[in-house]
Design a protein around this ligand. Structure first.
Ligand SMILES: [Zn+2]
Length: 139
């Protein structure tokens, strides 16, 4: 019965976010939220979906990820111009980004201190400061 309750939770979560729990949204949400916090790109999730036997197009995966992040279920992390990661951990935190293989992982809470933030440009306000610490394996 664990699976059934997991499904109920996902359904409830989508409804509370104002999204109709369609079959495809439910399937993708199951992959996203089924196993702790993760960072995924549309391409990664699409591959996972196909491997799990979920027939869905890359465009649908992309749209779903954007809908989820617009409704606060995911956090959008534009890392490189070409790559957008989606984070299932929507609380505020910073990231390590491995330049070698493109993996993204969380900086442990409290390990980063930011002192001195520039003044926002005229007529704007700062909403958050996201730091990406770029790393690579030591030679
Ligand atoms: Zn994260």
């Amino acid at each position: 019965m664990v699976e059934a309750s997991q499904e109920t939770t996902t359904k409830e979560r989508l409804r509370q976010a104002g999204l109709r729990p369609t079959r495809q949204r439910m399937a993708l949400a199951g992959l996203l939220f089924g196993a702790g916090h993760r960072h995924v790109t549309a391409e990664m999730l699409h591959e996972e979906a196909l491997a799990a036997g979920i027939s869905v197009s890359l465009a649908t995966v992309y749209n779903t990820l954007h809908q989820f992040s617009e409704r606060g279920l995911l956090r959008r992390l534009p890392i490189d111009g070409s790559k957008t990661y989606f984070d299932t951990n929507v609380s505020h935190h910073h990231h390590f980004y491995c330049e070698r293989d493109g993996t993204l992982f969380d900086v442990p809470g409290g390990a980063m201190e930011i002192c001195g933030v520039p003044q926002a440009p005229e007529g704007m306000e700062i909403t958050s400061v996201d730091v990406v610490v770029r790393v690579r394996p030591k030679r």
